[in-house]
Design a binder for this molecule. Structure first.
Ligand SMILES: [Zn+2]
Length: 406
């Protein structure tokens, strides 16, 4: 079975496979340079990662970030984007960009959004005029944005929806919309269209969708509709069922996932790419993601803590001044977190760096074929006693050959 693929604007090569789990390490080469997978992509809403300049973002080791088509389409709008030459030029960002289709934002942000076969109907948040986002319009916007990876418009409904008939309609409509997106895509030699597998928690529906979408031979594949409140046991079953069916020589992107333990378990199940607003959003509430869990630095217990945010972290905030860092202490974050943007800014930098650095450790472990040991060490550190590790993680890992309780 081939472990590499190439299309006009993308090259994907698997460099190592875990001999126990389904984890793989690979290189994804996009128009703005290579990206080592597995990777977490931070979300830069409104074309700027909240609190970080493009230089600071690049310093965290990030070479692929996510922009929201919906936000860019509203402001600055397609005409301006056309004039400035797309989102890379607008942001002064030299790395790769992935854009979503805009559909999910509409359905989740606009209460009056309604999905029909034509597209997503909604009222303009500016002046209330009726508007329609079609697969063709989404692709046209993303072609103007110039992102390296563009996503198909899909019909997303909550995985927890009990309406099986509507779920099937959404899955089938997503396949029809993929065909319309492929036909509308004007720049396949510069931009990579990814399909999105739908089907809720129904493994049979996911199977049909995987088969149909794999036939369309897009450069990459996303598993969508998850992280919508379903239980994690079901989440893992869907990811694992999809990775078993998808062609092995294409990148697999699980949308909307960002908790460290969700990432490392999903990687064991064969996923390569992730995104989530959580690490940057939670920074604005004073939360630091660390190797011993998430800490709320607004808590008074940190008022006199002169240690770094995370002693094991090499980000600009945590590195001591003599090593070229800022030597930021927990006490300083506590002091500024609730009243100044500086606290959120520093925590954003740390959180993004933390997740990217975690992905670097994951890649090294897969390449050296010690991913099962890495998983053991991670969970032991996070929970102390393995018996306290959540059942969903124990079960999912056991199914791919790693028994944390053994
Ligand atoms: Zn740090």
């Amino acid at each position: 079975m081939s472990t590499s693929s190439q299309s006009a604007a993308l090259k994907f090569e698997i460099v190592a496979k875990c001999s126990t789990t389904k984890a793989r390490a690979s290189i994804l080469t996009l128009p703005h340079g290579p990206v080592s997978l597995p990777i977490f992509q931070p979300v830069a809403t409104q074309a700027s990662l909240k609190g970080l300049t493009p230089t600071q973002l690049a310093e965290t080791g990030c070479n692929l970030c996510l922009n929201n088509t919906y936000h860019l389409g509203l402001k600055p709008g397609q005409e301006t984007l056309e004039k400035v030459g797309g989102a890379h030029a607008l942001q002064g960002w030299k790395g790769n960009i992935l854009t979503d289709s805009g559909g999910f934002q509409m359905v989740s942000l606009l209460k009056l959004a309604k999905v029909t076969e034509e597209g997503v109907r909604f009222l303009s948040p500016h002046d209330g005029t009726p508007m329609l986002l079609t697969p063709e319009h989404s692709i046209s916007l993303q072609n103007t944005i110039g992102s390296d990876i563009i996503m198909q418009l899909d019909d997303v409904i909550a995985t927890t929806s009990p309406d099986a008939e509507r779920m099937e309609e959404a899955m089938e409509r997503s396949i029809r919309w993929l065909d319309r997106c492929i036909a509308a895509h004007k720049r396949p030699e510069k931009q990579n269209l990814f399909c999105i597998i739908q089907g809720g928690l129904d493994l049979e529906m996911r199977k049909v969708c995987c088969k149909e979408m794999a036939k369309r031979d897009t450069p990459g594949i996303a598993i969508g509709g998850l992280s919508g409140g379903e239980d994690k046991m079901s989440y893992c079953q869907v990811v694992s069922a999809c990775t078993d069916l998808l062609p092995p020589n294409k990148p697999r992107y699980v949308m909307g996932v960002g908790y460290p333990e969700d990432l490392i378990v999903s990687i064991a199940l064969g996923a390569d790419m992730f995104d989530c607003v959580w690490p940057t959003r939670t920074a604005r509430f004073g939360n630091a993601v660390t190797s011993t869990g998430t800490l709320n630095l607004r808590h008074a217990s940190f008022a006199n803590d002169t240690g770094p945010i995370d002693a094991d972290c090499a980000c600009t905030c945590c590195r001591p001044e003599e090593e070229g860092g800022l030597g930021i202490t927990r006490a300083y974050i506590y002091h500024v977190a609730s009243k100044e943007t500086a606290g959120a800014h520093l925590l954003t930098m740390h959180n993004v760096h933390y997740l990217l650095s975690l992905m670097g450790k994951v890649r090294a472990a897969i390449t050296e074929d010690r991913y099962p040991e890495f998983l053991r060490a991670y969970f032991r550190r996070a929970y102390g006693d393995m018996a306290r590790v959540p059942t969903w993680a124990l079960t999912a890992l056991k199914e791919v050959g790693v028994d944390l309780l053994a």
